[in-house]
Ligand binder design. Structure first.
Ligand SMILES: C[S@@+](CC[C@H](N)C(=O)[O-])C[C@H]1O[C@@H](n2cnc3c(N)ncnc32)[C@H](O)[C@@H]1O
Length: 296
């Protein structure tokens, strides 16, 4: 920790049990994230730094401020960005992406000329996951003359801004498989930021959606719903509720991909589980009229 930061932190008041519970409940109620008690010092540091920036002396005063009216809502967008874990990278889970590639290659032969393959990255952070999906679409659908579109959603408007810019540090390239580097990025000089190719950016859009409020999100008939490393921060009953909504947003035959172990023993009447030790995914069953029995 550098000197000015250490000095700033020494002035942060202690977050006692009552205050911790109060902030923990607010965070869970508004984002679904359940902050474990071991993360008390993280909460104290994050709140303390923000309180200094906005000139609040006590947790009570800051709590009142953040829960009051429209100005509180604006302040909340900054705080939520500080409190959520936003770690991400391109092609973060290679096995899951191999599964998506397989599905997309299949769809490249099936999709009608007037259809668009829809990808949705739920909890997309700064966009690496959404653009990885776009790269898969660009690699397998565009040469086959088929269209695709990608939507990335997240609660944090700050990460969404980064996602829209589509600009990344050169070292992010280490996570991109060779087959995708030229598809995904504009040519760059050594040391320059990576810039996502225009074709991919034109097919990708990013929007603020709280996963607790999916009812207000109009996305339907998605072919690929990709939701990794978000549900792990939520309680089990909430994970189940969210997956139930996502299941309904899939197109028949569409796939839902979650993180390995993020929700074991999940079942839904619309979904068939993919049996794999490396990928946690589900396929939406087709109805009789779509060529397969819904009651398998
Ligand atoms: C660890 S990142 C995962 C990013 C990406 N999915 C991946 O696996 O690399 C978790 C993301 O979930 C978002 N998030 C947390 N709570 C959320 C909520 N209630 N609604 C939508 N997004 C949320 C965070 O803002 C963060 O960007």
């Amino acid at each position: 920790m550098n000197q000015p930061l250490r000095a700033a932190m020494s002035a942060v008041p202690e977050l006692d049990d009552t205050q911790f519970l109060r902030w923990q409940s607010l965070l869970e109620e508004r984002t679904g994230m359940c902050l474990a008690s071991q993360r008390r010092s993280f909460l104290q540091t994050s709140l303390g730094l923000r309180m200094r920036e906005v000139g609040c002396d006590s947790y009570e005063q800051y709590y009142e401020r953040i829960t009051a009216g429209p100005s509180g809502a604006i302040e909340w967008t900054t705080l939520v960005d500080r409190l959520t874990v936003q770690e991400t990278r391109f092609f973060r889970d290679p096995d899951a992406f191999a599964f998506v590639e397989q599905y997309v290659q299949q769809k490249a032969t099936e999709l009608g000329a007037d259809e668009t393959l829809e990808f949705w990255s739920v909890g997309c952070s700064s966009g690496e996951e959404a653009y990885s999906l776009a790269m898969v679409g660009e690699r397998f659908l565009t040469p086959a003359g088929k269209r695709y579109a990608v939507t990335g959603t997240d609660i944090s408007t700050i990460v969404l801004r980064k996602a829209r810019a589509g600009r990344y540090l050169p070292r992010a390239l280490q996570w991109v498989p060779q087959a995708y580097a030229a598809i995904g990025f504009k040519p760059q000089q050594a040391g320059e930021p990576l810039q996502i190719n225009d074709e991919l950016r034109q097919r990708s859009c990013f929007s603020q959606v709280n996963i607790l409020n999916l009812a207000a999100c109009p996305l339907q008939s998605q072919h690929v719903i990709y939701c990794q490393n978000v549900l792990i921060y939520f309680r089990r009953w909430r994970r189940r509720e969210i997956l139930n909504v996502l299941a309904e947003r899939l197109a028949p035959g569409g796939i839902l991909v979650i993180g390995l172990g993020e929700m074991v023993d999940y079942q839904h009447p619309l979904l068939e589980q993919i049996h794999s030790s490396r990928v946690s995914a589900f396929v939406r069953k087709k109805t009789n009229s779509e060529g397969e029995s819904a009651r398998r």
